[in-house]
Design a protein around this ligand. Sequence first.
Ligand SMILES: Nc1ncnc2c1ncn2[C@@H]1O[C@H](COP(=O)(O)OP(=O)(O)O)[C@@H](O)[C@H]1O
Ligand SMILES: [Mg+2]
Length: 75
Amino acid sequence: MVEVIDDGPGIGAEAAGRVFERFYRADPSRSRERGGSGLGLAIASTITEGHGGRLELETRPAQGCVFRCVLPGGH
Ligand SMILES: Nc1ncnc2c1ncn2[C@@H]1O[C@H](COP(=O)(O)OP(=O)(O)O)[C@@H](O)[C@H]1O
Ligand SMILES: [Mg+2]
């Protein structure tokens, strides 16, 4: 398991259900300024699932995000 934790603005409940969709941006105007395509999390979750794992998001609105990459153990 790998966790990536930040103390940014977090992601609201409605957006949290959609951020793994391709091209979804929670705040289009701000994201365009940053050059965001809305593809990062879709790519990360597709790769994780391709390895038999899953990518989870724990929402902490106004406190930040916890992204958790859970992969099966090797034997
Ligand atoms: N760590 C984060 N904190 C707050 N919002 C985030 C974070 N990561 C992603 N988001 C939101 O989810 C949307 C999709 O993210 P992502 O798939 O990584 O797109 P991009 O490829 O543009 O970075 C972003 O537009 C942003 O609104
Ligand atoms: Mg991104």
